[in-house]
Design a binder for this molecule. Structure first.
Ligand code: FAD
Length: 454
């Protein structure tokens, strides 16, 4: 259905049928809730700026989600699910108008047991942690948007983040235990997915089911100290990051490395870091701080900032300079900056990182995030790019790929063209079963559109 067709629907009648469920029709609000953070990409800005839904519906429970799904199927209206809308690739932008299903009212933490929690999809990650921490547990990994993002959106569109140095990415078996999903059928069903079946829907961008509830694994909640360490040169900082990642006895949650001049974008840290400094931003379990100090000494680093876990609950949050928050800070000072998403191959000498660092110089500023991938610690990267033209941006990404780095292209709103490369046949098959008319977040899954057209 095109936007124009969606507009020919009698929206007054639709809203009347939704009686009892919160609906937003105010054009300014609807336009706002039609956006996410695709603006970080100059290519996506041009493609997505004018895409808006017709109404926003805010269900309070699963029964209301089912009513909305049934109504959309009856009238063949596109439905795009939205959590907090912090996704980066237009993931929840309604390409063909229709209903935006805002899940943020469904935020209950239903239960917490040792190592596991059951939560509603709209619950914010920080709010979940607050409850689980009361019993000594916390979420294994969270995006740097932890304070605003929803768990449904993280599973639907995210990949990993703070905690991935220990637990890998969401896609790693064991990092998601179960989901409840509402189908997009004439008579919507609730399907419970467990075990490997959860990956039928995880990272499908809301194209093949509406997640209402999740069971997520937890880990021991340590008191996390936040530190910044500076180094005389970038590669020493990078090698420090790799060695810290490989130090199995040291419990850590975050290892971020920034090349100079990235600190120039961190306004709130101006009294701590100068633009010329190369640095590591880390979160270390407090019992490991003494051993951490030894490692810093070994690499000739200087600790320039340190907050205990207690102090870290107030003021600056170090994690909010890392992952894609780095891009946010850079763009707030220079809006022409964009970014890459890269995973470098496993190599303790970091030769490819070093090559790219020298090859691109100031055009691609190095920002590493160490993660655990298939049992090995590797540098992922969200490099800052001084953007010039689409061709040059594509050339930079191609150069990385040709040299063996994996690029999850953040400049596309098509699932297959981002990190996935191909659609998981299991996800396509599941969509055929649960969304036969292709109404869920249409225009994002190329394999589906080609299947319909071809
Ligand atoms: P939304 O943006 O609302 O949705 C994301 C996708 O999931 C959409 O396709 C949507 O349709 C789908 N979806 C949402 N809810 C449901 C549901 N209930 N059922 C089915 N599908 C659903 N991402 C990371 O992985 N790691 C990071 O460290 C990270 N850092 C970021 C930093 C910044 C500054 C920004 C702007 C973004 C960052 N992101 C990161 C991207 C994003 O914040 C996360 O992926 C976040 O978890 C998305 O949650 P959300 O609630 O905002 O989801």
């Amino acid at each position: 259905m095109t936007v124009a067709e969606a507009r020919s629907i009698d929206w007054n009648a639709i809203v009347a049928e939704l009686e009892g469920i919160e609906v937003i029709r105010d054009a300014v609000q609807v336009a706002k809730l039609s956006k996410d953070y695709y603006t970080y990409s100059p290519l996506l800005q041009a493609q997505l700026n004018n895409k808006v839904g017709e109404i926003v519906v805010r269900p309070a429970n699963e029964a209301e989600v089912m009513r909305v799904a049934a109504l959309c199927v009856k009238h063949q209206i596109p439905l795009t699910v939205r959590g907090a809308g912090t996704g980066n690739y237009g993931q929840c932008v309604p390409m063909r108008g229709g209903v935006i299903l805002d899940m943020t009212k469904m935020q209950a933490v239903k239960w917490v047991k040792p190592g596991i929690a059951c939560v509603e999809a709209g619950a914010k990650l920080a709010a979940i942690d607050k409850q689980t921490r009361e019993t000594g547990w916390e979420i294994r990994m969270a995006p740097s948007t932890y304070r605003t993002a929803s768990i449904g959106g993280f599973i639907g569109g995210g990949s990993g983040g703070i905690g991935s140095i220990t637990y890998g990415l969401i896609a790693d078996r064991g990092n998601l235990l179960a989901l409840r999903v509402v189908t997009m059928e004439e008579n919507p069903r609730v399907i419970e997915l467990r075990g490997d079946d959860v990956y039928k829907v995880a990272h499908a961008w809301g194209t093949n089911g509406i997640i209402t509830e999740l069971e997520i694994p937890l880990t021991a909640a340590y008191p996390w100290s936040e530190l910044i360490v500076t180094f005389p040169d970038f590669m020493t900082a990078a090698r420090f990051g790799q060695t810290l990642g490989d130090s199995d006895g040291m419990i850590k949650k975050l290892i971020t490395i920034f090349a100079a001049p990235i600190p120039q974008y961190f306004a709130a840290l101006r009294n701590v870091l100068t633009p010329e400094q190369h640095s590591a931003f880390v979160m270390i379990a407090e019992p490991c701080l003494e051993s951490f100090g030894e490692l810093v000494k070994e690499f000739g680093g200087t600790i320039v900032y340190q907050k205990s876990a207690q102090e870290a609950t107030k003021g600056v949050v170090l994690g909010e300079f890392t992952w894609n928050h780095t891009t946010l800070h850079a763009r707030s000072i220079d809006p022409s900056i964009t970014y890459l998403q890269t995973i470098f191959p496993a190599d303790k000498d970091l030769k490819l990182v070093e090559h790219m660092y020298h090859h691109f110089g100031d055009e691609v500023m190095m920002h590493l995030e160490f993660i655990r991938a298939k049992g090995t610690v590797v540098p992922a990267a969200l490099q800052l790019v001084r953007y010039t033209t689409p061709d040059r941006l594509n050339e930079i990404m191609r150069y990385h790929e040709e040299h063996g780095a994996f690029i999850a292209n953040p400049h596309t709103f098509i699932i297959e063209d981002g990190g996935r490369k191909t659609i998981d046949p299991m996800q396509l098959q599941f969509k055929e079963q649960v969304d036969p008319a292709g109404l869920l977040n249409p225009g994002k899954m190329r394999t589906w559109d080609e299947r319909i057209e071809g």
